[in-house]
Write a protein that binds this ligand. Structure first.
Ligand code: ADP
Length: 302
């Protein structure tokens, strides 16, 4: 059974249609990405899922509950980390977690979470004195302290430096390994590509596509290219005879093989069989970024 079902969701703020028509389901244990440019309607969508906003149309079901009617029960099972959530400056890390833990019937142990999220040395530090990465880790800890079955994380790594971002990605994977289903709102392609099992591409309040990151790339640009310089003379027919290969071109000493499927493996196998090594070997594939442009007609600016 899906843990989240969103059906024809519609939400407007006055004249502004924030969410025109969004449908998707989230399966247990997956990291589900909601990807799109600023203003696409991502936050509004997940706020409706979390029961923080009331939709103007369509349906939302979370763990079989209606966020509008069963808000109190849902809050016990859904952890939310919202964009730019802020805490009082003087609240210390431990105090914040203990405060949040008190909202739940069966909370996690704050001390354990603090250690797990690498905040041990900062446990007595006031919120205002934490770095951006530490604030983000604290906000994840706050989203998890109720031992939720679902965690909704909105623009978690915005504003972090690349190292802090990678650390946060590792953290999210560990949370998923504990069995928590994760909804991750992001406008970073690399983040969606690295973390998400499936991604809903949201553009102007609608779902432009929904698939695995690899699936999204493959549907818009199935072709791959393998580039290399052979160590010995090479008959092109060795390559063109392979079912994966659609074309072989040469520029100077370099060979460029285009094709689909398991192209890299097919090419390297046939070279190995003929005792030819491939110098400067490179595989070129379309990225999720290319897929996004293809799907929406514009670039997602990172
Ligand atoms: P995203 O999360 O993809 O950036 P949002 O859901 O925040 O998108 O916003 C979608 C649209 O709704 C934007 O045009 C935004 O300006 C507008 N919007 C969001 N929140 C409000 C609000 N509280 N009042 C009025 N307009 C809003």
């Amino acid at each position: 059974m899906s843990v989240i079902e969103v059906t024809s969701l519609h939400k407007r703020y006055g004249e502004t249609v924030a969410v025109a028509d969004v449908s998707f389901t989230v399966e247990p244990g997956e990291i589900f990405g909601v990807l799109g440019p600023n203003g696409a309607g991502k936050s509004t969508t997940v706020e409706c899922v979390a029961g923080l906003r009331v939709p103007d149309g369509g349906g939302v079901s979370v763990l079989g509950l209606d966020p509008r009617r069963d808000g109190a029960r849902l809050r016990q099972q859904v952890g939310v980390q919202l964009q730019e959530s802020k805490l009082p400056d003087r609240l210390r890390v431990t105090e914040a977690l203990e405060l949040y833990a008190s909202f739940y019937r069966e909370p996690d142990d704050p001390a354990r979470l603090i250690d797990e999220l690498g905040l041990g040395e900062k446990r007595h530090t006031p919120y205002a004195k934490l770095s951006g990465g530490q604030k983000q880790r604290l906000s994840i800890a706050l989203a998890l302290v109720g031992r939720p079955r679902i965690a909704i994380l909105d623009e978690l790594t915005t504003g972090l430096d690349p190292q802090a971002r990678r650390d946060t990605w590792g953290l999210i994977e560990r949370v998923r390994d504990r069995g928590v289903t994760i909804v991750l709102v992001t406008h970073f392609m690399a983040e969606a590509e690295r973390l998400c099992d499936r991604v809903a591409v949201i553009d102007r309040g609608r779902v432009a596509a929904l698939d695995t990151p690899a699936g999204l790339v493959a549907t818009v640009a199935p072709e791959q290219r393998v580039r290399f310089r052979p160590s010995a003379p090479l008959d092109d027919r060795l390559l063109t005879d392979l079912p994966q290969v659609s074309a072989v071109t040469r520029t100077g000493t370099q060979v460029l093989v285009s094709g689909t499927g398991d192209l890299l493996h097919a090419v390297t196998s046939i070279l190995a069989r003929h005792r030819i090594t491939a110098a400067d070997l490179r595989l070129e594939q379309a990225t999720l970024d290319d897929a996004f442009v293809e799907l929406t007609g514009h670039r997602l600016t990172d």
